[in-house]
Write a protein that binds this ligand. Sequence first.
Ligand code: ADP
Ligand code: ZN
Length: 793
Amino acid sequence: MKNYIEVALPINIEETFTYSYPKSVTPQIGQRVIVNFNYRIQTGIIVGLPEKPACDEAKIKEIHEIIDEKPLINKELFTFAQWISRYYHCPIGLVFKAMLPAGINVNTIEKIVLKKTETKDKDFLKIIKYIEKNGNSCTIEDLNHLKISPLYKNLLEMEERELVEIERQYKRKIQKKVVNCIRLISDSSDELLSPKQQELLHFLQNQPELIFMADISKEFSYSIINKLKEKNFIDIYKQEIHPDIFSDIVQHEPLTFELTEEQTEVLGKIEAGLDEQNFHAFLLHGVTSSGKTEVYIRAMKNALSHGKTAIILIPEISLTPQTVERFYSHFGDIIAVLHSKLSDRERLHYWNLLKKGEKKIAIGPRSALFAPLENLGLIIVDEEHENTYKQHERPPLYNARDMAVLRGKMNNAVVLLGTATPYIESYYNTQNKKYSLLTMSKRVKNQILPKLTVVDMRQEEDHTEIFSKLLRDKIEDRLNKKEQILLFQNRRGYASYVQCAKCGHVLQCKDCNISMTYHSRNKKMKCHYCGYERSMPRKCPECGGYIFNFGSPGTEKIEQNLQFLFPTARIVRMDTDTTTKKNSFQNVFDQVRNGYIDILLGTQMIIKGLDFPNITLVGIVSADVNLNLPDFRASERNFQHIIQVAGRAGRSEKEGEVIVQTFNPKHYSIQYAQKQNFLGFYEHELHLRQELHYPPFTKLARILFLLNNEERLRSYMDGIRHKIAQYPQKNKLIILSPTPAPISKIRKQYRYHILIKAEHQPNINRFIEWFHSNVKIPNYIKMQIDIDPISLL
Ligand code: ADP
Ligand code: ZN
């Protein structure tokens, strides 16, 4: 009898696959294994050790090799992955892929060795002839020129008939980095040294402990270095080098304060939870600058003192040097910062240290939730309302905030969600007692929340002006007082669209059903969905007209306008167009902090984690950008943005002030934001959600279908419409039948979707399972299931 394992592969197929393995190995669940799949080498994860195979035994192939000695995915993460896979209807192989650092993968090198030459098959003979000529072995690439297809399938068959043997070698994708170093072993001797040699010796004596050969050989020739070695002054040895991303972080002493009354009370409750070592979920609703981060730091210290580890999730945007420095000053060596700018090597390095238990805290954006920490005691989700916690690019389409609560539950850990503007669903969870509510309503150091003034842009004299008279005057005033100004516009580029003044045609992306944004710097039109760029046309492609109207202003245009209005002000713009380099964030921060900048203008990027005491004026250029989107969360997002941006003002003794410009001054998101009244907003919004059957009153899912042929997709969707009508339990949910998505085309792919609403999650699951087994999706159509979608565009 053979032995079998079930393997999950990192591909978008629900099933797992059965393989056999030789007697010489003992597989364990969670180990990586190398197998052949569809004539390709794939790395999979062992997910089961079945007694009997689930498929035809004759078809089962043997694995090539088990890579790991011990399971790479431990039991806890394994169960977590299973849960994510089930909840989000995502193949578990893809969940593992999301969990593991990319750098951990292996490359396979295959060598074909000739064994026998007797065969009649023409293709085989061709291959054999070539290998013979090549000295009886070669690589697969060597054989490509023979133009035999399918090549790999043929080779496998030859291997089966023992004509060749395929030797496989596995190499880590990321190799250890080893460099030559120099060590001083003696500094005096009777040997005579030349002046240059003496100079080198002297130079080495004044170097730090670790001396890199590469640094020395810049100044001294190899022959001089070698001479010193021959004369036994130095030793040259190899040293493994680890990445150190903290090397350019400014290290400072941790600041400690006496906690405010509110902080003390809140921390007390969290610590009681940590002491109990039971699952607790808290929502910390603390106004901006109420000292939430300080609470996180203390809670982390408490968890560590219990011998526990901690994860802190922060939105990518707020992974600013300021935040990292602050955590680093408290936790130094035991903290691993994982962010998207890390190289695969750096990420793998930290992942390994976390797994080995050498780092006890993982901090990073959503994927840090998968940090391989044992003994997890605390998970913090900062700015829990942020959309960036939802993965939307590729499956699993998980939300790290929700999964943090799950991982916490699985580990009897404390989960702490913090924000100044709770996500409606999270706050609702405090009312139905799923989370405990913690509140901090005052700012630290007796700062007062800034005053918000709403300007009705419809009343302005000149409708073409970006700035109201009031905002212009206030900017002028702050410039005179040498105080700093922050301006927010949630739209980059110059103009949101370009429209022909004669025929009304709006210039669209050729691949997406989206109007293109004009960027004045290089006079280009750009699609913000696919990145497609073209130059600005001279004439309207529809009617040949020469005059264009430009849509609402983006940060580029605002910057130009500012330069025109305040020619002596020092202005800096920050958005994804300007901050492409690794350090440009840091540079701008340093400049603002040191007072070299008067006006900081930017998109969402500037509203998180900034703490600059000299900013006393905040301007929201148009508080309507969010409201124009066909999205039930538009008002919520608008409210959040206003409160968060406003929170950047007045973070010192100097009082802060916020000017909100809008064409919708009566809109409830703006009205409540002006009064900084979260609860009022929440109740209003909740009422609307209930009326319209939206979360938190219903669970939501969407199935998206993509195809590059509109006609074909539409007729296929007609078929689906009929199918869905046959669903037996239709009374348990609302299915909005297939319609084109609001953005009906992206990257040449036409998009249709089905929305599903149900009061109870299991009803959604049941429908999706029914859909899977009753509706055949041809493989040319791409389907994406999104549970708890954030965007319905
Ligand atoms: P939040 O995360 O709520 O915006 P922070 O924790 O960043 O607030 O605190 C805002 C500022 O106040 C920071 O500069 C922080 O160092 C400081 N701070 C926090 N707690 C205290 C305290 N108890 N006493 C004095 N200053 C504090
Ligand atoms: Zn496009």
